[in-house]
Design a protein around this ligand. Structure first.
Ligand SMILES: Nc1ncnc2c1ncn2[C@@H]1O[C@H](COP(=O)(O)OP(=O)(O)OP(=O)(O)O)[C@@H](O)[C@H]1O
Ligand SMILES: [Mg+2]
Length: 308
């Protein structure tokens, strides 16, 4: 299974989510889980988890010129905590983009989707920000599911609205995942005209663990901001066959085909949420002032090229 994760603006937590899904994937012990940094602006995992820059995306691109055996992908991965593997990209976009372009434009298609066809394999392709013309698009278009991660402030929604229609056509199972505080989920769904597949809470403590900045053992009581729980619920949803969880009533705006409706406001005001994804406040007024501590998180710009 290939799951593409991407953003359209800022740093809403795509890489963090990829690691969280790999760690919380159902029956993880019997699955080969791979977080593949196919972000053309460069990678963060090597730096975050103290891994060497190679093997990784660049060495795989070189090897893929010599062999088209998909098994070669695993030779270029490294171990992440919790048993998953990582295909790390170099920091900085120049080398990452070049390697990615080589992999994505192979005459017989990119290797990663072939690896992901194995029943015992799940690949989380961290596509980063999918600007038009991104070389990651070729990989995202082969995915079984695509998760667009966005913040919940007005500017985040405006950027998402501009790309949503296009991204929804890339895979059979596109999904919109909200992060952090901002507009209530129901307002976002109404404005964008699609149901969200969930909403990740602002949880700096869990994020610090998932980005290698804090060992799991450093977790203190009362630290549980819910990110791991929400990621596990999302992992269960993605691992299921693509059947809708709840059918939206006729009065709902049209959803994206294949997206399991995760939170549907029925006319009577009852929220339907999957297990583990609690309802979000729908009555709070939209925030007027952007608070950087609570939206889209602090961007991780280390080693990244500035994007226009
Ligand atoms: N749910 C969360 N709560 C709080 N902080 C978070 C959360 N998710 C991610 N972060 C923090 O936000 C920062 C950016 O996260 P991450 O690198 O995952 O974003 P990204 O979308 O991959 O960014 P980029 O496009 O720059 O690669 C990190 O410092 C991370 O610890
Ligand atoms: Mg990232």
């Amino acid at each position: 299974m290939l799951i593409a994760l991407c953003s359209v603006k800022g740093s809403p937590g795509v890489t963090t989510l990829a690691v969280a899904l790999a760690m919380t994937w159902p029956h993880a012990e019997s699955m080969r889980r791979l977080v593949a940094e196919v972000d053309p602006s460069g990678g963060d995992l090597a730096m975050r988890f103290g891994l060497p820059a190679a093997p990784g995306l660049v060495s795989l691109a070189a090897a893929a010129r010599r062999t088209r055996d998909p098994a070669v992908v695993w030779d270029h991965t490294q171990a992440l905590p919790g048993g998953a593997r990582a295909l790390v990209a170099p920091p900085g976009g120049t080398h990452a983009r070049a390697a990615l372009s080589t992999l994505a434009t192979a005459p017989d298609g990119p290797l990663l989707p072939v690896v992901a066809r194995d029943e015992g394999v799940v690949v989380f392709a961290d596509c980063g920000r999918v600007d038009p013309g991104s070389p990651a698009e070729a990989i995202a278009r082969c995915a079984d599911a695509l998760v667009l991660v966005i913040g919940s402030q007005g500017d985040d929604l405006a950027h998402a609205a501009a790309r949503l229609g296009e991204l929804a056509r890339w895979t059979p199972r596109p999904g919109l995942l909200l992060t952090g505080d901002g507009y209530p989920t129901v307002d976002v769904e109404r404005e964008l005209g699609v149901p969200a597949i969930g909403r990740l809470p602002h949880d700096p403590a869990a994020a610090a663990t998932l980005t290698g900045h804090r060992p799991p053992s450093a977790r203190r009581r009362g630290d549980n901001g819910g990110l791991a729980r929400h990621a596990a619920a999302l992992a269960r949803t993605l691992a299921e066959p693509a059947t809708p969880i709840a059918s939206p009533p006729a009065t709902m705006p049209p959803g994206v085909p294949g997206v399991p409706a995760q939170q549907v406001r029925r006319p009577g005001g009852v929220l339907i949420s999957p297990p583990g994804l609690g309802p979000h406040p729908a009555s709070a007024p939209p925030p007027q002032v952007r608070d950087p501590r609570h939206n889209g998180h602090q961007p991780s710009s280390a080693g990244k090229e500035q994007r226009a």
